[in-house]
Ligand binder design. Structure first.
Ligand code: NAP
Length: 239
């Protein structure tokens, strides 16, 4: 189960190996997704029961949840469906970001916590397409909302949309913060290098970051951070 760089890398490795028959699953929401190597299926399964039925019908023997750290529903469904079929399950979860010298982060548990935080006047909102509705009732700040595809649901009244797909350089991010006179950055603790430049830029420009914590993973299954470890785990299942 993919939608991440890690999932694509793992599919690339495994689909080239004899004895491994891989299918990647994507939610199918991004208009122009970067497709992994090998077989791909698109779209939701219809809840944990739908996923269980799909796994059984397709003779799946091992489940790897390499979804985004904020795809908490999918991770939970993977745990339920794999457990009900007695299938081995691995979560691939990249580490979150950590605060460095010069950073001023306000950690909040979720989107509602971010919307309730002291946000300043000009907010750079980089939380992806979903969840912007949590800020819709905020009439005072102006928001620069960046996502790959247009956000879903209600939007705050004062905003500008910036549709763009990373990676971005710290230099470009810094220019954007300055040009738009941003005084706070709101982001999810997604981790990874592809979208880290905005944090570097916020540090350089000296603005605070409201950092939204990840949802907890379901207990019980193995968890790795690195693609190489996921591949080792998968090989062990085959052996
Ligand atoms: P989510 O809230 O955990 O999942 C919502 C529903 O979307 C799931 O119940 C499932 O529908 C469907 N779904 C999610 N991931 C799927 C997958 N890999 N294959 C098939 N169906 C999937 O997930 P989300 O936050 O909407 O994320 C959707 C996808 O985008 C994930 O694959 C994730 O890796 C990727 N992504 C998410 C973020 C983010 O910030 N959330 C960022 C980058 C990429 P059914 O119940 O019908 O099965």
């Amino acid at each position: 189960m993919g939608g991440t760089r890690e999932a694509r890398e793992l599919a690339e490795i495994a689909s080239g190996e004899r004895g491994f028959d891989i299918v990647s699953s994507l939610a199918g929401r991004v208009r122009d997704p970067v497709l992994p190597a090998g077989a791909v299926r698109l779209g939701g399964f219809g809840g944990a029961d739908g996923l269980r039925d799909w796994l059984a019908a397709n003779g799946i023997e091992v489940v790897i949840d390499a979804t985004h750290p904020f795809a908490g529903t999918m991770s939970a469904h993977a745990a339920t469906a794999a457990a009900s079929l007695g299938l081995p399950l691995l979560h691939v979860r990249r580490p979150g970001w950590s605060e460095r010298q010069g950073d001023n982060w306000i950690r909040v548990p979720d989107l509602a916590g971010a919307a309730a935080a002291e946000l300043g006047e000009r907010v750079f909102l980089t939380i992806g397409r979903q969840g912007v509705g949590a800020f819709a009732a905020l009439t005072q700040p102006w928001f620069l909302i960046r996502s790959i595809d247009p956000p879903t649901g209600p939007l705050p009244p004062n905003h500008e949309l910036l549709l763009a797909r990373g990676p971005f350089t710290a230099q470009d991010e810094g220019r954007l913060l300055t040009r738009q006179r941003i005084d706070v950055l709101v982001t999810k603790d997604s981790g990874g290098e592809l979208t880290e430049a905005k944090l570097e830029a916020a540090r350089a420009v000296g603005i605070p970051v409201v950092m939204i914590d990840r949802p907890a993973l379901p207990a019980g299954a193995a968890v790795v951070a690195e693609v190489a470890d996921a591949w080792q785990w998968l090989r062990r299942q085959a052996g």
